[in-house]
Design a binder for this molecule. Sequence first.
Ligand SMILES: O=C(O)c1ccccc1NCC(=O)[C@H](O)[C@H](O)COP(=O)(O)O
Length: 263
Amino acid sequence: MTILDKIVLRKKEEVALAKQAVSVQQLEAGLHFKRNPYIFKDFLLDEQRTGIIAEFKRRSPSKGIINDQVKVADVTQAYAAAGASALSVLTDIDFFGGHTNDLLEARAANEIPVLRKDFMIDEYQVIEAKALGADIILLIAAILTPAEIKNLSAVAKNLGLNVLLEVHNEQELERSICKDLDAIGVNNRNLADFTVNIQTSFDLVNQIPEDFMKISESAISAVETIKELKTAGFNGFLIGENFMKTANPGQAMRDFAGQLISV
Ligand SMILES: O=C(O)c1ccccc1NCC(=O)[C@H](O)[C@H](O)COP(=O)(O)O
């Protein structure tokens, strides 16, 4: 069983428990449910911003604890001030040390798009994402059938949410594309064995139809890589560990963004 299989198995239990604890009607009555989500594309294409989707990530299955000493509001506000185009907040508890409260905190502290980074397998989680104040949801092709992607993205669109589809190879890309997606992310990390290779992004970029924003995800740690990815056609760059592994992730993002201007 791969780590991804284990995550999905646990996620099914978690979602079943969440449904018992809070009904869809209660989610729909929540504070953020009626707000209009930000448009992800507008922030990615804003030339005053970096294109970076900066992630708040306490720990991961591949690295263990990355940083459990910093506060969501402090880090995400510093990311936004340093030019992040969006924020990514992990809400998975067991494997990433995240929480839905982290998303609520990031939402309350920021006025840029927030991605709910989780393993979405059920419509309930999409509705919950809207209630928590997310603007973007992630759908991972490796854990969903094409029919599930179609359905979950349609539910998200209906709620005004932006949809980021994550793929790792050509087969996933070909079988998963559908009309309600806004952005396609190429994950440079193989989620089955954790190996990382930036070349995955370069290999797939030209296969992504022009109608979608193009995001390169994971294992990005050099400003030169961003420049090369931009030249190849990417609009966004999802970065977690490179910032979070430092004592001051916001400062790390500021330094990185400063170097971006000069390359
Ligand atoms: O990061 C992991 O170990 C991981 C393991 C299993 C499933 C997903 C995983 N990560 C999610 C991500 O894709 C990253 O958090 C995100 O792209 C940022 O990557 P990085 O900049 O390398 O932290």
